[in-house]
Structures are given as structure tokens and as C-alpha cells.
Write a protein that binds this ligand. Sequence first.
Ligand code: CTP
Ligand code: CA
Length: 228
Amino acid sequence: QKFFSKKSDFKGKKVLITMGPTQEAIDPVRFISNHSSGKMGYSLATSLVDRGAEVWVVSGPIHIPVEKSRFHWTDVKSAEEMFTAAKSVHDQMDIVIFTAAVADYGPAEVASEKIKKSDSEMSILLKKNVDIAQSLGQSKMEGQIHVGFALETENEKVNAQSKLERKNFDLIVLNSMKEKGAGFRLDTNKVHIFSKNGEHEESSLAPKSEIATLILEEIKKTEHWIKA
Ligand code: CTP
Ligand code: CA
């Protein structure tokens, strides 16, 4: 019987997770994007549902197997679409986790027809996209917990901590690109987790499911969780 017992420590919690990359259209057949697979976000989403939470997923285009019926699932492409979808449910959430690798810039204009090549060089003017985490961080609800991610290749810890402050996060999970076996597309990861009150945890290199469990444990140590 013990084998079937499940933890339900997140029962009653409403959680929003952004995941995957975003795609910013250049023309009808091309886009700007990045290597995010959605694995870390999906791992968190399934762990949360397993532990009793009700989870809203807003996902950019991903290519991993997912069971959408376990979530309130919205597929999006661009940063702007991700922002609109996330914003529409944000205020009802207890916890918001920003795992998406949102494209920082997108083409200033989308060509309506496929761009033809010419003999000269070409350039594309990029405009800055909305910062979803920062914008929603400014309208964070009383008692809400916001968790961000950071991917850095230099000054990792300092940059991650300044993102935590800038975006009003309660926790930030730092992915290291320098770590062998950690990062994009892999099934394992190694992270540092910083909290608003200055605490710092370092994980070992572990499957993303174990990293998800560790992140959930850190969420349970935040002041808003303890007060709720
Ligand atoms: N994020 C977001 N919207 C954006 C950019 C980032 O919601 N337009 C979120 C990410 O989901 C992540 C956190 O902000 O949780 C940090 O993302 P990151 O790309 O590391 O930070 P940036 O502020 O974009 O800074 P930079 O890429 O220059 O390091
Ligand atoms: Ca970025």
C-alpha cells in the first residue's frame, strides 16, 4: 500500500509554468529561436501535478512527448503570444515558474511573403520583445511566489542574483553552460538556486526530474509558502 501512496503537498495550489523556446517570425517560412527543449519546464509541470497541484502550461514550440490532458495547456509561438496567454491567468495563480527561453528580440517587421535572396548582403532589424517575467513581476500578487531561471556563460552568480532582484523573483535557478552534462536538450542538469533572502543551494548533476524535486523543496522554504 505504501508503494501507491503519493505526496500531495501541492494540493490546492495553482501554478503557471512558461516553457520551451519562442519563435519570432521573419517571414512565412523562417523564424528566430533558440535551443530550449522544454524538458526542465515539463519535468516541473509533471512533478507538480503528481503532487496535487493544478497546473497551467504556456508552451512555445517543443518536440518532446507531453501529456497535455494533465494540464491546462496553451500552445504559443511568439513572445508576445506567450505574454498574452500567461497574463490572462497570472492573477489567479499561487506560484508562477518562468522556465521559457523567451527570444529577447524579434524582427521589427514580419514579411508577408517569403523573402527572396539577392546578390547583396541583407540585414534584419530586430526589436526588443516584452520581458514576460519582469512585467508580471511588477504586478505580482500578494503572497504569490515567482520562480525564474537564468542561463549565463559568464559572471554567472552575480548575473543570476541581479536578475532575481530586477524581475522580483522569490527564487532563481541558475543553469550553468560550463557544467558537463547540464543544459539544453539533455536529461540531466546541475543548478544553483538563489533565494530572495540570500540563501544559496547547489545541486549535484542529476536527472531533470530530481532537479524539479529540489526546486519544489526550495519553493516550500519561501516565506509566502510558509505563511500560506
Ligand atoms: N524571461 C521572460 N521574458 C523574456 C526574457 C526572459 O519571461 N523576454 C524570463 C525567463 O523565462 C527566465 C528569466 O526571465 O525565467 C531570465 O531569462 P534570461 O534570458 O536569463 O534573462 P534576460 O533578462 O533575458 O537577460 P539576458 O538574456 O540578457 O541574460
Ligand atoms: Ca534572455
